[in-house]
Design a binder for this molecule. Structure first.
Ligand SMILES: [Zn+2]
Length: 491
């Protein structure tokens, strides 16, 4: 706080100097014009330095600016200290500070009684969760430097938190192969989840709460199931229903020498088991993707998700975990999305293999490639070439075997390709256009961490929308309530 006061004093001295320098010109204007000009500048600055928290204007307690006029003159403006405290009641942690224009050197301090509960930047504040409910006094310091003015502003607002923890599933009616997204709001960690199969969802915590994926593999029994959440001694049961998927039956012929070297070779199986187990236990808190997933190569889909396969006349079928895309040897293979390579190398069973972590334990797996073009631990972009199609490992011809896995359970790739998976949220489908050009979007399940990503998706979608006949080139947004995002379109 000491440095800030020093800065304030320095800025103030400079402002006095500037005022003295320009006093000569200033006197050339009549008192009336001067007043009008000052009022206009004040209004402009107030508009540009406006700060909103949870849809409420945050009062200014102190500010000093220098405005640069078109004729080159500079005018020092010290706005009246409004000094009025505002109190906002928050039933969740999601409120964010949103400036009308880009602010520099933003510092936020939160006092809880006599304690400093938080001190940090705007970015740090995105992750801040108050340790207990009650009143927090936020002081925000920000400096501005634009073509029109420069200076600093101090704001203050009291936020009264009265939160209730809540857990839910974004979608409770699913088909085998889908991913269920479990969300908790107003939680401060230590959440336990138990399922009726051997899997513990990995949870990522943010200001908006926690989120975890539940992979509903083709093996899961159709019918009613539940996820049991234990938090602070309270138990919440979240019911979901699984509908059986439709699966083709395929007869597959593969050369006995290939089978003997791969799936019938116990050492080869052990090698793959070790690699896939390592990948299974990789859970990255970072979500790398911002767009739906790409099909890594074009070609004939020779086998798809969950197919029941009878290999070389076997009496019991095996299940196909992903999709097989048949195409010419040497076809470049693209990364389905941004992520981090958790494995790149040759495996006897699966040939040249790549596994990419896309965040929260969602992995894409690529097999049988003729060559590799990436290394373990490397980060990768959506569509980057990771290798070439081949027929290495357990394969009867050139094709790419591709699948998505969470915790070792494969999920259906198609909803991740076409954007219909609930991991993308349902916000895109619920845009309502109005005459004014303001769109209300249902986005209750959007994590703050992923807020910008979702807005990017919405922006792309809005640009395409024919609804209003308007083409939107940019949009401003802020959280209005926990269930709505308001996109304000340019006039
Ligand atoms: Zn395959």
């Amino acid at each position: 706080m000491k440095t800030k006061n020093k800065t304030t004093v320095t800025v103030f001295i400079l402002l006095i100097a500037v005022t003295i320098v320009f006093t000569g010109t200033y006197f050339a204007l009549s008192g009336r014009e001067k007043n009008k000009e000052t009022e206009e500048i004040k209004a402009l600055i107030a508009k540009r330095s406006n700060l909103i928290f949870a849809g409420v204007n945050v009062p200014v307690i102190e500010n000093e600016f220098t405005a640069k006029l078109e004729n080159g003159r500079q005018v020092a403006v010290v706005l009246d200290n409004t000094n009025q405290a505002a109190t906002v009641e928050q039933s969740d942690f999601k409120g964010l500070f949103v400036f009308a224009s880009d602010a520099q050197n933003v510092t936020i301090t939160a006092a809880y009684g006599d304690d400093i509960a938080f001190e940090g930047t705007l970015e740090d504040f995105d992750k801040f969760v108050p340790e207990s409910d009650g009143e927090y006094r936020y002081e925000i310091y920000a400096s501005f430097k634009t073509d029109e003015f420069e200076g600093s502003c101090r704001y203050c607002i009291n936020v009264l938190y009265n939160t209730i923890p809540e857990f839910y599933l974004i979608e409770s009616d699913v088909t085998q192969g889908d991913i269920i997204v479990l969300t908790g709001e107003n939680v401060r960690g230590d959440v336990e989840i138990s399922l009726d199969f051997d899997y513990t969802p990995f949870l990522v915590f943010s200001k908006a709460g926690c989120t975890g994926y539940i992979p509903i593999n083709f093996m899961r029994q159709p019918g009613q199931h539940k996820a049991v959440v234990t938090y602070q001694g309270q138990i919440t049961e979240l019911a979901y229903n699984i509908t059986e998927g439709e699966y083709e039956v395929q007869q597959l012929t593969i050369s006995p020498s290939v089978s003997d070297a791969t799936v019938n070779n116990s050492d080869a199986q052990k090698e793959w088991a070790k690699i896939s187990e390592q990948a299974r236990n990789s859970y990255d808190e970072n979500i790398y993707w911002t767009e739906p997933f790409l099909q890594p190569v074009e070609g004939r889909i020779s086998s798809t998700y969950g197919v029941k396969r009878y290999t070389n006349g076997a009496s019991t079928p095996s299940r196909h975990a992903g999709i097989d895309i048949a195409c010419a040897e040497g076809t470049p293979v693209a990364a389905a999305n941004a992520g981090k390579i958790v494995y790149s190398g040759y495996v006897q069973v699966t040939g040249n293999t790549v596994i990419i972590e896309h965040g929260m334990g969602l992995h894409s797996v690529y097999m049988h490639m003729s060559s590799l073009n990436c290394e373990t631990d490397q980060t990768i972009g959506r569509g980057d070439i990771i290798g070439e199609v081949g027929a290495t490992g357990y394969a009867n011809g050139p094709h790419l075997h591709f699948d998505f896995q969470i915790g070792g359970y494969s999920v259906n790739p198609w909803p991740l390709f076409d954007g219909s998976s609930e991991i993308f949220d349902t916000a895109q489908t619920k845009i309502q256009g109005t005459e004014s050009g303001t769109f209300m979007v249902s986005a209750s399940h959007v994590l703050v961490k992923r807020f910008a990503q979702t807005v990017n998706m919405l922006r792309a979608l809005l640009m395409k929308t024919e609804k209003t006949g308007k083409r939107i080139t940019s949009c401003r947004f802020f959280v209005v309530t926990r269930t709505r995002v308001e996109l304000v379109l340019p006039p």
